[in-house]
Design a protein around this ligand. Sequence first.
Ligand SMILES: [Zn+2]
Length: 153
Amino acid sequence: MQSWPLQQRVARFDCLLLAQAQQAAACNASHSAQARVCRWLLELRDRCDSDVVPLTQNFLAHMVGVQRTTVTLVAGRLQALGIIRCRRGKVRVLDAAKLEHFTCECYSRMKNLRESLWGTRAQEQAIAVPPVALHPERAGNGGAHAHASKLPQ
Ligand SMILES: [Zn+2]
């Protein structure tokens, strides 16, 4: 069975993963911890489609490649400026525009690339595969059995 749109999506996703890995490596090598923390928070906010992202400072430190104490300092500064608010395992982005001001250009590069290869969040949701297409047996009589009856006997 072939599904050309699915193959295209998988190929684009492969390109996106590779580009993200390259950009993250370049970012980690050349931009400040504060800029990287801001980038991560913005990217998670975009992916979660919410101002509240489930995230511990420990995990953020691991992803940014710094010690937890560095993330604590950066988060403290951002909280003092009213940009984010940290609570147990959650970070609320209060002012995304200011957060974007403190990040590096890697955020906008990755966002533009993601949208060109993968589409915007709204486009992604519009073409989401309905659960019945993934699990035809759940569709009742019109699902997998209808397809099987069309096969040569
Ligand atoms: Zn960067």
